[in-house]
Each structure stands twice: as C-alpha cells, then as structure tokens.
Design a protein around this ligand. Structure first.
Ligand code: SAM
Length: 283
C-alpha cells in the first residue's frame, strides 16, 4: 500500500495511506495529486503539500468566506484568488452576492478537482454569477479596474506559484482593488510551525491597511495547531461586529454550517499569547 508523505517541514512529516489514487501528474505549474484515504476521504496535494481533504475542508472554507462576508454585511462583489478546488467558491455563492471573480493560475487543478473532488465545488463552477479567469493572481490585482467588497486569497503556501501572493506588492495591489470598506483575507499558514509567515505578513500587509490583523481556526490536516488568516481593511469596526448583529445576519443568511457560528466568528480574532508575542517581536 502506497503512502503520501508531506514534506513541508524538514524535521516533521505527516503521512496518509493512499487507499485509491485518482490522479497524479505535473501540470504546467505544480505537481498535483488526488487520492482517497479511509479517514480523510478524498485528498488533494500540490507540490507535496496537503491542500484540502473532504474530512476537514469545511472548517477552512467556512471561516475564510463567512467571517469576512458576514462582518461586512453588504457584499456584492467578491474576488477569490486561487481556490482551484472550488470549495471557497461554493461557500461564497451561498451568500446573495452579485458576482464572484475567481482567478486561478492552474486550469488543471480546476479540471481535476471537478472530476475527482466533486463535493468541493458541488456545482459552484456552473453558477452564472461566476467569472472564472485563468491567470496569476498577482497580475490580475495589478491590472484590473474592477473593485471588490471582499478579496479571499485562497493560495498555496509561499512556495512556487503561490510565493508572489505573500509579497508586499500583492497586498498593496489587493488593497487598490478593494471597494471602500472592503476586506482582504488570506491563507496565512500555521503560526506554531510557520511563525515567520505571521510576522512577514504583518510587516508587508500592515502599512497598506488601517486595520491589519489575523484570525484563527484549527484545520486538522494543516497540522501544527491553529491556522492563521490574514485580515486587512480600512474599516476598523469590521473586526468588532457585535454578536447580536452577527447572529441576525447569520440567521437571515440561512447558512448551514458545521464549524462557523457567530460566537466562533468573534472568538477567532482572539489570538493566543505566543502569536501576540511573535507579532510584538518579543519571542
Ligand atoms: N486550502 C489550501 C491551503 O490553505 O493551502 C489552498 C487550496 S487551493 C488548492 C490553492 C490554489 O492556489 C491552487 O489551486 C493553486 O493552483 C492556486 N495558486 C497558487 N499560486 C497562484 C497564483 N499566483 N495565482 C492564482 N492562483 C494560484
């Protein structure tokens, strides 16, 4: 029986048994693998790093979509960068948005995910509100004249094609593409094992937003404890929406969730002491 061994770290590894291999190939941009594991369901990896599993994808996708959209409250236009598996798009489209623009660099990820991870996109790619663009997200935010209420950077880690999405230039251009009061959220790694990503994002994102911070959620297969999500906006109030307001918006939305709820939304912005000390440069 073959095993998948994640080699994101040089002294720590996680290993999954491959019960059925659906796809493995090098695309124009990255090495893509999709397989089945008895405990995790279908798993997708890119360049040897776990991207998503059927078992726990709901945590990550609910928290990266419903937190900014319900905090904002009147989202009409959303930009998703990356997100080739389609689950972020699925969750965003549960909201009454007018349009979602998704900019994914690797067409093969979308094609293979639609075929071998069908529960992730669950028909979202056929929604008429979607404008799908195959391009580098960095080039898109630099060139577009469109403006967005929420930008979700659902990227790989800062390795290979994803690296540019962690640059100061990306944060500056993403800010340029936000409508007034808009919010940028980013996949920002697991601070317990990738502390540099937290500080680097704070240094690079901070100068471009009045309010730049993080929120967290535990995604089991992004192992090492809490995953951090970058948060950038010029509207300070959006990180402190009152619980009754979030509850009313959540109830009105009719969202069916398995991780997100308004109390978790609020609590997610409370950072553990080790992250605060890292950000204060004291660790
Ligand atoms: N949830 C995963 C995580 O946290 O690592 C990310 C999932 S999603 C599969 C990551 C997507 O980012 C992939 O589809 C990859 O092709 C895409 N991507 C990487 N670099 C990109 C870039 N520069 N522009 C647009 N999409 C990019």
């Amino acid at each position: 029986m073959k095993h998948f061994k994640e080699t994101l770290y040089d002294s720590l590894y996680q290993e999954f048994r491959i019960d059925k291999l659906y796809f493995e190939s090098r695309t124009d941009h990255q090495h893509l693998m999709i397989f089945h594991n008895a405990r995790l369901g279908r798993v997708m990896t890119l360049d040897g790093i776990v991207q998503t599993t059927e078992a726990d994808e709901f945590i990550y996708h609910e928290m990266m979509s419903h937190v900014p959209l319900l905090a904002h409250g009147q989202v009409r236009h959303v930009l998703i960068i990356g997100g080739g598996d389609g689950a972020m798009l699925r969750e965003v489209l549960h909201h009454p948005v007018a349009q979602v623009t998704q900019v994914e660099i690797d067409q093969a990820v979308i094609e293979m995910a639609r075929q071998y991870l069908p529960n992730h996109s669950a028909g979202a790619y056929d929604d008429p509100r979607l404008q799908l663009i195959i391009a580098d997200g960095m080039n898109f935010v630099r060139d577009t004249d469109d403006r967005f209420d929420v930008i979700i950077c659902d990227s790989t880690d800062p390795i290979g094609p994803g690296e540019v999405l962690f640059s100061e230039d990306f944060y500056a251009q993403a800010k340029r593409c936000l409508a007034p009061g808009g919010i940028l959220v980013t996949q920002n790694g697991v601070p317990f094992l990738q502390p540099d990503e937290l500080n680097t994002t704070a240094q690079r994102m901070g100068p471009h937003f009045i309010d730049s911070s993080f929120y967290c959620a535990p995604v089991p297969t992004y192992y090492g404890g809490h995953m951090a999500f970058g948060w950038g906006t010029d509207n300070r109030t959006l990180r402190h929406v009152e619980l009754p307001v979030l509850q009313a918006r959540f109830e009105k939305s009719g969202l069916q969730t398995r991780y997100y709820n308004p109390a978790i939304h609020q609590a997610a912005f409370a950072l553990p002491q080790y992250m605060l000390e890292s950000l204060a440069g004291r660790d």
